[in-house]
Design a protein around this ligand. Structure first.
Ligand SMILES: C[S@@+](CC[C@H](N)C(=O)[O-])C[C@H]1O[C@@H](n2cnc3c(N)ncnc32)[C@H](O)[C@@H]1O
Length: 255
């Protein structure tokens, strides 16, 4: 029997690790590391730092594999993600097959929480369902980037008694949901908040939240949109990559 642990490590600050995550780290024999793009080195370094800091008994090992990248500029976004996940599945299967012995525990360290815009759970579920050898897996939740963002800005996701939405920016570009006053936006490569700069809204924006590079900006959207856009571009240029998210809230909503 092989065991897989899918561990949410929080969104940047090693202090975000939960006690449950630390216990899980200490059970693992092998850590599978797969990051990609310009952020790869710093994200892998952070995972190694987390292991060094929280694991009491050395003896664990890292297995690194290049992470496949999604085809860009493809009209059918969903199909491109399905293709990407199939490619990732092959890499995961190879690592689990070749680098994890029977009886061992392997771990995937997932940024933030594994349930939020991350494909690891879906991929592992498919692998386990199709595996010829017995594999069990567990999921350990983590602090999401949205929780970190809200805490840094000292705001709630929702106004009193109201629902809110979490969305990738590509869906927000279709319009601000009519029935809602609060929307949390992730995966925005296009400064989508600018589309609403004429509307009476507040924005709570954060980049690299929880890390040493964290930058936060909040205010009336019409007044800070340009500053955020300029800051984003400069940070992206400086670091070579950016991860940012934000809360948009109509000002006529209740706080
Ligand atoms: C693929 S999703 C992964 C989300 C992750 N599973 C979580 O729980 O936060 C990546 C997006 O999360 C957001 N994100 C992740 N970490 C962040 C951070 N430290 N600061 C701001 N946004 C972050 C960005 O919107 C980024 O585009």
């Amino acid at each position: 029997m092989k065991t897989l642990l899918i561990i949410g490590i929080g969104a940047g600050d090693p202090d975000y690790l939960t006690v449950q995550a630390i216990k899980a780290l200490n059970r693992a024999d092998v850590f599978f590391l797969m990051d990609k793009g310009a952020a790869k080195d710093s994200l892998i370094d952070l995972r190694k730092h987390i292991c060094e800091r929280f694991i009491e008994t050395p003896g664990y090992r890292f297995v690194e594999a290049p992470c496949p990248e999604r085809a860009r500029g493809v009209a059918d976004y969903r199909a491109s993600v399905v293709d990407l996940n199939q490619d990732k599945q092959q890499v995961f299967e190879r690592m689990i097959g070749e680098d994890l012995a029977d009886g061992e525990v392997g771990a995937f360290l997932v940024w933030g929480d594994p349930a939020l815009y991350d494909s690891t759970l879906r991929i592992v579920e498919t692998i386990v369902a199709n595996s010829a050898e017995p594999i069990v897996y567990e999921v350990i939740p983590g602090i999401t980037s949205l929780q970190a963002l809200a805490a840094k800005h000292r705001v709630c996701f929702n106004s009193i008694g109201q629902p809110f939405q979490v969305t990738p920016a590509r869906r927000l570009a279709e319009g601000f949901p009519e029935q809602l006053d609060s929307v949390l936006v992730m995966l925005d490569a296009q400064d989508t908040y600018r589309l609403f700069a004429e509307q009476d809204m507040d924005i709570y924006w954060g980049a690299y939240v929880g890390t040493a590079d964290e930058v936060l900006i909040a205010g009336r959207l019409s007044e800070v949109a340009e500053t955020i856009q300029r800051t984003r571009a400069a940070l992206r240029e400086q670091h070579g990559w950016i991860m940012d998210s934000y809360l948009l809230r109509r000002r006529d909503g209740q706080s």
